[in-house]
Design a binder for this molecule. Structure first.
Ligand SMILES: NC(=O)c1ccc[n+]([C@@H]2O[C@H](COP(=O)([O-])OP(=O)(O)OC[C@H]3O[C@@H](n4cnc5c(N)ncnc54)[C@H](OP(=O)(O)O)[C@@H]3O)[C@@H](O)[C@H]2O)c1
Length: 115
């Protein structure tokens, strides 16, 4: 399969990419930064979805970023980095004449008490 992974450069995505490539699948990462084996979110929006059988979104601002204060701006980035990337990928899939068979999202999986 050709698999497109938003945020595939991160902690989960690097391992998932390695596992998929080891099994013979082709991985393209969607990133904020251009590079080998990558397309940017801007390229996804302007050129549309590249041919793929699977699409995954793991992109999101790190919830434990030690360089950020827990303020409204940080909380906005936590939401928008997940929602806007998912929206961009969903729109590209909806507009594609050959949409992927699989579409997987991973985001927050737990809630914690304020303490
Ligand atoms: N790791 C865990 O234990 C864990 C647990 C529960 C849930 N999750 C969720 O699973 C997903 C993946 O986790 P992860 O640990 O692999 O995440 P991660 O390494 O912190 O980040 C994944 C990727 O998101 C992109 N990203 C970061 N900030 C962004 C921003 N402001 N706007 C757009 N993209 C941004 C980065 O890619 P580029 O720099 O290439 O753009 C980064 O490589 C996240 O949604 C996370 O909340 C993870």
């Amino acid at each position: 399969m050709r698999v497109l992974i938003g945020g595939g450069s991160g902690f989960v995505g690097r391992e998932l990419s390695r596992l998929l490539r080891d099994k013979g699948h082709e991985v393209t990462v969607i990133s904020r930064q251009p590079g080998p084996g990558k397309i940017t979110w801007g390229e996804l929006e302007s050129h549309g979805l590249p041919p793929c059988e699977g699409a995954i979104n793991l992109a999101g601002e790190n919830l434990m970023n030690p360089l950020r204060w827990w303020n409204e701006s940080y909380k906005k980035d936590l939401f928008s980095s997940r929602i806007d990337t998912t929206k961009a990928l969903a729109e590209a899939i909806a507009a594609s004449p050959t949409p992927p068979h699989s579409w997987v999202l991973v985001s927050g999986v737990a809630c914690y008490k304020p303490s």
